[in-house]
Design a protein. Structure first.
Length: 230
């Protein structure tokens, strides 16, 4: 069976969420404005939120979706629980933490799932000529470990607990890419859909072979992308 295209998967995700929202809101009545907590600029959550807002706006649903840029999963779930957003995008494992009130959540959050939108992948990006050749090499080194309040940071901290203490830098996607480009960190963590525009742009800027990736995905620009299904 042929693998479905990313556009088809995205379209299915948009359709599932729009159908869920339509079922909740009804087909008529005053327009309801819903704030959607997404993620940082340059990341798939942010792009998906904008696409969903356009899709709902083009429909006959009495809804307006307002995407809100955030640090992503943890902040999104907290905002949803506290009432600063009506909808949120989040990684499944972070959502589980929220519901159970564990790890970064001090109490259970009153949230529920509407739809599974797409598969998330965790990326560990390093320069090909750098010192990191295995996850254990991260110990003691400067690592961009995701912004505070993001699901990326939750995953990165779990990996680094197993690899050994590292010099964790709480950087968002744009700052992580800039730090790796400038050589102020030896690695960056990112978790999201593929491709991630900010990482695709970075791969296009760097000389061929300057990034070390595992051959999980077909070549994009000058590199291939390592991914862990989440």
């Amino acid at each position: 069976m042929d693998r479905p295209s990313r556009r088809a998967v995205l379209g299915a995700g948009l359709g599932a969420v729009a159908a869920s929202l339509g079922g909740c809101s009804g087909a008529s009545g005053p327009v309801r404005r819903l704030r959607l907590a997404t993620g940082p600029e340059g990341g798939p959550y942010n792009a998906f939120g904008k696409a969903l807002a356009l899709a709902v706006g083009a429909s006959d649903l009495p809804l307006e979706i307002v995407p809100v840029s955030t640090a992503a999963s943890v902040n999104n779930l907290r905002g949803l629980d506290e009432g600063s957003a009506e909808l949120a995008l989040a990684m499944a494992d972070t959502a589980e933490d929220a519901v159970l009130g564990r790890d970064t959540f001090t109490r259970p959050a009153a949230v529920t799932a509407l739809a599974r939108v797409y598969v998330n992948y965790t990326h560990l990006v390093v320069p090909a000529d750098g010192p990191v050749r295995a996850v254990t090499d991260l110990a003691g080194r400067p690592v961009a470990a995701g912004a505070t309040g993001s699901g990326v940071r939750v995953v990165a901290q779990r990996v680094l607990r197993a690899a050994g203490p590292a010099d964790e830098r709480p950087l968002g996607l744009a700052a992580s890419v800039a730090a790796l480009r400038e050589g102020t960190v030896d690695a960056l963590f990112w978790s999201g859909g593929v491709p991630t525009p900010a990482l695709a742009a970075l791969a296009g800027e760097l000389p061929c072979g300057s990034c070390r990736w595992t051959p999980t995905w077909p070549r994009c620009g000058n590199a291939t992308a390592p991914s862990t299904r989440r």
